[in-house]
Design a protein around this ligand. Structure first.
Ligand code: F6P
Length: 317
């Protein structure tokens, strides 16, 4: 039996740990395993390389992806898609394991509809997939943002300022929500909820009157411009307000312990599923690793953690 693995879309810390788990689990089961470089682009161009035990040595702790990645526009075309199918045929791949976020899993679904056995492993800092509680990389991004906010808080406190910190997440507010709770941010602005700038300003002024000298507002990138918000907030409150866009800082770095364990569990499970020639997406739900048919994963609506938002509002005053 022969399987192949690729990583695609935005990279996420923990992708390497997932690659390691897949390669080592496959070798343990006498399954031949190929790495495909640069995601679906590399699948189209047949950039395959046989992986051995040593190919994945010393990578569990590394951010990024040793298989590299891409956002492939060619894969979206009929010609590119047919080339991708052909590469899998030429290399006689029985099962493809695709690691990535929303776009990657949509690509995996399309391949499975074309008759390929595909297993999807959810990797994205955004945590924007409804069918799994967590995506690999998300908790590391939350840790990175939390540490960055601690530093920003030091200087914000010294100067008696406000700082609007823009975080990634596309149309999902989870990075802002979870980092907001873990960093003690006073307010968060996220795509899932309406916000009222007057209420945020009032909260800051009440804090200021109590002697508070720092005001941290986390703003999800999918909610608009942090610079526009900061200007309006400064006009309303009279508090000197700065902006920090954390950007790609959030996508790199050593994966957290949570992500290393999740990636190992999911990679191991992906090979078990591959052995049965299944097509499915791997998930973690209520602490258990599960699988779900591709047809079902996009029928689900992501549950928003209103409980976490309530905690943030109650304790960050
Ligand atoms: O999906 C992960 C992500 O980092 C998003 O949070 C962000 O909007 C996007 O990727 C950035 O993509 P790119 O690397 O293509 O600029």
């Amino acid at each position: 039996m022969r399987i192949a693995i690729l990583t695609s879309g935005g990279d996420a810390p923990g992708m390497n740990a997932a690659i390691r788990a897949v390669v080592r689990s496959a070798i343990y089961k006498d399954i031949e395993v190929y790495g495909i470089y640069e995601g679906y682009e590399g699948l189209i161009d047949a950039k395959f390389e046989k992986m051995v035990e040593a190919s994945v040595a010393d990578i569990i702790q590394r951010g990024g992806t040793i298989l590299r990645t891409s956002r492939s526009e060619r894969f979206m075309t009929e010609e590119g898609f047919q080339k991708a199918l052909n590469s899998l045929k030429i290399f006689e791949i029985d099962v493809l394991i695709a690691c990535g976020g929303d776009g990657t899993l949509r690509g995996a679904k399309k391949l499975s509809e074309a008759g390929v056995n595909v297993i999807g492993i959810p990797c994205s800092i955004d945590n924007d997939l409804a069918y799994t509680d967590y995506t690999i990389g998300f908790m590391t991004a939350v840790k990175t943002v939390t540490e960055a906010v601690s530093n920003i808080r030091d200087t914000t406190e010294s100067h008696g300022r406000a700082n609007v910190v823009e975080v990634m997440g596309r149309s999902c507010g989870d990075i802002a929500l979870y980092s907001g709770v873990s960093s003690g941010a006073e307010s968060i602005i996220i795509p899932e909820k309406e916000f009222n700038i007057n209420e945020i300003a009032e909260k800051a002024l009440i804090g200021k009157n109590r002697g508070k000298r720092h005001h941290i507002i986390l703003m999800a990138e999918g909610r608009g411009s942090a610079f526009d918000f900061a200007k309006d907030f400064e006009n309303l409150t009279g508090i000197d307000t700065k902006v920090t866009v954390l950007g790609y800082l959030q996508r790199g770095g050593a994966p957290s312990i949570f992500d290393r364990i999740l990636a190992s569990e999911m990679g191991y499970r992906a090979v078990e599923e591959a052995e049965h020639l299944n097509s499915s997406a791997i998930a973690t739900n209520d602490g258990h690793i599960r699988t779900m048919p591709f047809e079902e994963i996009y029928e689900m609506k992501k549950e928003f953690r209103d409980d976490l938002l309530e905690i943030l509002k109650t304790v960050s005053i």
